[in-house]
Design a binder for this molecule. Structure first.
Ligand code: HAM
Length: 420
């Protein structure tokens, strides 16, 4: 074999795509119920967009971006996430003027050069929403309601919604200074990454996975002690709104998120497995300064993205497999095959999926294939049937067979399909 797929980049085979399509359909219906329309932004953007919005000291920008110079010398990056591109599009097309409240959703591949493992890929997929233009806490509640409702509709359990407030730029600056002071005093107890980041991105020490940092920051000052009155009131209203809708959540003051654009409400939907290991299936938050950062007017925003591969691992298995045809046509002999080709085409044109064998063997062989295809009905037609003008129609579930006139076959199948 010349080469294989790139490490951490997966094919979605026909046996899996039905599951993806079901998820996508559920998501489209749900987002439409919550008032979001689809947006499709490019997979490549100018590198500066991500460097500025996600933050130069974030893990993504420091070490995970697929960034390259193209043939014309432009600095290009394969999008590592969807928010920056959506906000760029919102600003570039001046949606703040034509559609001040913009509620959009997107789905598609994202790229991060991470160490591949279960649930951590280099090309992965996100389904996300962004609501831009509303500062009131009601939109935070709506966005979180849509996220939790998705898990309900998909019948996925074992998740916890963790929320926190990171405050606004002003109160976070005070907090950052206090945290920096604290970490500087503990610098020798931190991991090398966090030691390096104390000056540039001290918050990351709070969600560092290393045991050293966990121990060293156990009594670190928390954002909640520094949050100003407006940000506190906003967070209280969000919690009140969630309580009013009966949405359960855990306030997690150590949740800081790895992207720099967040302000105020942040959250993660965490899957807790049987061994107690935690894994974010979805995450998001407010980014009230991002539109301005990208060159638009001061405009608030909030959204989330779901990791599709992680979510699919949690979906009940039901209905796995490639899509099944409604009818299998087992034709034996030249004339019967020609009839079969025409019948299949006729059925497909009226929206009935039909499958047949392109290099047909004997009847036994074709019946095996019909069985394996998962079809509900099978048409059996050979030279005898052509001669007598009637084919056999077999119900694959009940195994009942009946003779149907060739010119009535399509109509009979259409009638039966309605009740299947
Ligand atoms: P994020 O936390 O970087 O946020 O990613 C969101 C979700 O994408 C994660 O919770 C995870 O499920 C999935 N994910 C991330 N990296 C990988 C990977 N390498 N392999 C598989 N799944 C992965 C964002 O991307 C923000 N743009 C979310 C957002 C939208 N915030 C506001 N609006």
């Amino acid at each position: 074999m010349l080469t294989q797929a790139i490490k951490g980049v997966k094919d979605i085979l026909p046996s899996d795509s039905a599951k993806w399509q079901r998820l996508e359909k559920t998501v489209r219906d749900l987002f439409s119920d919550y008032g979001f329309s689809e947006i499709r932004t490019p997979i490549i953007e100018h590198t500066v967009l991500f460097a500025r919005s996600i933050g130069a000291t974030s893990d993504i920008v420091e070490k995970e971006m697929y960034a390259f110079k193209d043939q014309g010398g432009d600095e290009i990056t394969l999008r590592p996430e969807g928010t920056a591109g959506v906000v760029r599009a919102y600003t570039e097309h001046k949606l703040f003027a034509s559609q001040p409240v913009t509620k959009v959703y997107y789905m598609g591949p994202m790229f991060r050069r991470e160490r591949p493992q279960a649930g951590r890929l280099r090309q992965f997929h996100q389904i996300g929403v962004e609501a831009i233009g509303v500062s009131e806490p009601g939109i935070d509640v709506d966005v979180l309601a849509a996220l939790t409702e998705l898990f309900t509709r998909l019948d996925v359990h074992g998740v916890e919604l963790h929320i926190n407030s990171l405050g606004c730029r002003d109160c976070r600056a005070l907090y950052k200074a206090a945290l920096k002071d604290f970490l500087t005093r503990k610098i020798d107890s931190l991991c090398p990454d966090c030691q390096r980041r104390v000056d540039t991105n001290p918050l990351r020490a709070l969600d560092c996975k290393s045991e050293r940092c966990k121990a060293a920051t156990s009594d670190a000052p928390m954002m909640s002690e520094y949050i100003d009155d407006n940000c506190r009131a906003h967070f209280e209203s969000v919690k009140q709104g969630l309580d009013d809708l009966g949405i359960k959540y855990v306030v997690n003051p150590r949740m800081v998120r790895g992207l720099d654009y967040y302000t105020r409400t942040t959250f993660e939907m965490i899957a807790v497995d049987k061994k107690g290991a935690q894994n974010a299936v979805a995450a998001g938050g407010r980014y009230d300064g991002l539109v301005e950062e990208i060159g638009g007017p001061p405009t608030p925003g909030i959204g989330f993205a779901i990791g599709v591969e992680r979510l699919l691992m949690m979906l009940p298995e039901a209905g796995k497999g490639a899509s099944n045809p409604m009818v299998y046509i087992a034709a034996i002999g030249g004339e019967a095959e020609r009839f079969g080709q025409k019948l299949a085409n006729n059925l497909r044109k009226s929206g009935i999926s039909a499958e047949r064998d392109y290099s047909p063997g004997g009847l036994k062989n074709q019946m095996k294939k019909a069985d394996r295809s998962g079809a509900s009905l099978t048409v059996i037609i050979g030279e005898e049937e052509i001669a007598s003008g009637a084919a056999i129609l077999r119900d694959m579930k009940t195994r009942e067979q009946s003779e149907v006139k060739l010119d009535k076959l399509a109509e009979e199948i259409r009638t039966r399909a309605k009740s299947l």
